[in-house]
Design a protein around this ligand. Structure first.
Ligand SMILES: NC(=O)c1ccc[n+]([C@@H]2O[C@H](COP(=O)([O-])OP(=O)(O)OC[C@H]3O[C@@H](n4cnc5c(N)ncnc54)[C@H](O)[C@@H]3O)[C@@H](O)[C@H]2O)c1
Length: 348
């Protein structure tokens, strides 16, 4: 029998998840959004019931799992309530907007035996999965460069009229923070995916005085697989990146026997623009290029999550995935404040 899902929050990102969940064979029985018109429209499209109050869904007994796709700061109460109701959870990234909340959600899921995924869908890009399969051919990994440069226009320029103090931004309300919560979180997730949990972090941030979120985050991360040079930025450069569209995100992993180079396409174009992977093999001297048809990693992620939920298993993606990223973001902020490198205090 197909698993019954509620989609909570029907904004921009769910244009990928509605088809993703249905293609995965899930039955969408409920949708919720504070905007009732939006909820109703989605409900009609997918033959579901709708509400503006997600608690109604949790009390209905008509769902087995929820996809939480609301704005970042609301993830915690919704995830905790769904877990308490005994429902499996897929939560959009970042899991929470601070590491204490992410820890609380993860511990609650563990205590209840709930399957919990944070939807870091870049793990599911075919070129990323091929890169993971090629990792054993790199020999000993000694250095990684990883970055997310997102084109944010004139963000580095002061606003036309200078304002006293920080401007309250919709960014924090929508995403929980600045560039680290945006593209940076995906790259921190890929660090864990490829190299394991970092042990030590040194970070530096730049927050323009007219904003309340960082636009640049740089870090050195020490792992068991060498040092990672990490950077995330919202930048004004229009034509950089391998597709020359201003999006410049990817990684380079160097080992004693080879190197992987990965370039991603814009997150909302991943189903129309292909990513690129190159593998250099030191023994043969060959550089192999892997190009794939554009495909939605959201749909691939949802297929993986739904299949595991049907079998009642967490599977290969650890329950701590979302917590790990939020803990790294917290350490990076603390390191930037103190100017010191920090041992990462993994609390779970
Ligand atoms: N994986 C990615 O690359 C990626 C990209 C963009 C956004 N996201 C994440 O997806 C999530 C949603 O982002 P978005 O761009 O779709 O935002 P959005 O603002 O377009 O949509 C959020 C929706 O949630 C609804 N909502 C808020 N609180 C609610 C509540 N208590 N109950 C019901 N509905 C509620 C809002 O009315 C809104 O329609 C965020 O966590 C964001 O970080 C991920």
């Amino acid at each position: 029998m197909s698993i019954r899902f509620a989609v909570i929050g029907c904004g921009g990102i769910t244009r990928f998840h509605f088809p993703g969940l249905t293609q995965a064979g899930a039955q969408i029985t409920w949708v919720a959004d504070l905007d009732e018109d939006l909820a109703r429209a989605r409900a009609e499209e997918y033959g579901a019931r709708h509400t503006t109050d997600y608690q109604e869904i949790l009390a209905s007994g008509e769902v087995d799992a929820v996809l939480v796709a609301t704005s970042g700061p609301t993830h915690k109460p919704i995830c905790l309530a769904a877990i308490e109701a005994g429902l499996h959870v897929i939560c959009e990234k970042t899991l929470a907007d601070n590491s204490d909340d992410a820890l609380e959600i993860t511990r609650a899921a563990q205590a209840k035996g709930i399957i919990l995924y944070t939807s870091y869908m870049k793990r599911f890009i075919p070129a990323v999965q091929r890169a993971q399969a090629l990792m054993p051919r790199l020999g000993k990994i000694f250095s990684t460069y990883i970055r997310s440069y997102q084109p944010w226009g004139s963000i580095w320029d002061p606003p036309p009229t200078s304002r006293p103090g920080n401007e309250e931004s919709g960014f924090r309300q929508r995403y929980g923070g600045g560039i680290l919560h945006m593209g940076g979180s995906h790259m921190l997730d890929l660090v864990g995916f490829f190299l394991g949990r970092p042990k030590r972090v040194y970070g530096k941030l730049h927050t323009p005085e007219w904003l309340d979120y960082e636009v640049l985050a740089s870090a050195l991360l020490e792992t068991d697989n060498g040092v990672v040079h990490f950077e995330a930025a919202g930048h004004p450069l229009r034509r950089i990146g391998f597709l020359r569209d201003g999006w410049d995100e990817g990684f380079e992993i160097n080992g004693t026997q080879g190197r992987l180079e990965f370039y991603s396409s814009t997150w909302d174009n991943v189903d129309s623009k292909a990513c690129l992977l190159r593998h250099y093999d030191n023994e043969s001297g060959d550089m192999t290029e892997y190009r794939y048809e554009p495909t939605s990693p959201f749909a691939r992620a949802d297929a993986f999550f739904v299949a595991n939920m049907e079998q009642g298993v967490q599977g290969e993606q650890p329950i701590t995935t979302g917590y790990d990223v939020d803990e790294l973001i917290a350490h990076l902020h603390r390191s930037a404040e103190t100017g010191e490198a920090l041992e990462v205090d993994w609390r779970i």
